[in-house]
Design a protein around this ligand. Structure first.
Ligand code: ZN
Length: 243
């Protein structure tokens, strides 16, 4: 089985479309897994939801997905994120809201647990260090855990009681062997690792490998839509900076 693994789309339809085109180029995938934050920050929340629905993507909820439907108070978010979420809430249709409401916080798919933040704090914790990863290995029972939220493609491997981090880069595949791992495919719609290209992964059960891909997309098209929508300028600028 081949699965495309997407996270943090953040209502960036141009980035999502570029990723879907790239996935098609890599060969057929059987399923698309989405690790939350479909909406928030970006200008096309409803369009991204519709596309994921059409593709029958398997999604878990992110903090922005919950914030946009009033399930997390906006004062939890920083001021620009909160402003974008208020804008998003106004744009969502009843069906969009229903879709976001029904997203589960976690899901197990074979050897993988899918969650947005971390196994111990589903919507809020950022797994960005070996210490946070180490603590979290005790909170899931599958061999591997897929997370998003940090917008940085990074993996953590637990072996002999020791946890090491591995930066995920295109062209270098991650072999999924018996060691337990926490894997983050990076962000489709708002990368924060200094590379503004959209990030996603493909897992292939045939060779047990995870491949990371980076895809250029029309950043300007998304930025123009954000400016037209009156979304905060800081959010517009960070797309081209990739941070
Ligand atoms: Zn996010």
């Amino acid at each position: 089985m081949r699965c495309a693994i997407l996270a943090d789309i953040h209502a960036n339809l141009a980035a999502l479309n570029a990723v879907l085109d790239d996935i098609a180029k890599q060969g057929k995938v059987d399923e698309i897994w989405c690790l939350g934050d479909i909406v928030g920050y970006g200008p096309e929340p409803g369009e991204c939801i519709s596309l994921l629905k059409k593709l029958k993507a398997i999604c878990v909820a992110g903090n922005h997905d919950r914030g946009a439907i009033g399930k997390i108070e906006l004062n939890y978010f920083n001021p620009t994120a909160a402003e974008a979420l208020e804008w998003t809430a106004e744009k969502l249709t009843t069906l969009d809201t229903l879709y976001l409401e029904e997203l589960p916080k976690t899901m197990d798919k074979g050897d993988f647990m899918l969650v947005h933040g971390s196994p111990s704090s589903h919507l809020f914790e950022y797994i960005i260090s070996t210490s946070s990863a180490t603590r979290n290995f005790a909170f899931f029972h599958t061999r591997y855990c897929l997370v998003g939220h940090t917008h940085v493609p990074l993996a953590f491997r637990q072996e002999g009681g020791k946890v090491t981090s591995l930066l995920l880069m295109p062209g270098r595949s991650l072999i999924l062997d018996e060691a337990r791992m926490i894997i983050n495919p990076g962000a489709v719609g708002q990368p924060r690792d200094g590379d503004p290209r959209a990030s996603y992964g493909i897992y292939d059960s045939e060779d047990s490998k995870f491949h990371l891909y980076r895809v250029s997309y029309d950043i300007r098209a998304t930025q123009d839509k954000m400016v037209q929508a009156g979304l905060p300028l800081q959010l517009v600028m960070r797309l081209e900076e990739g941070k």
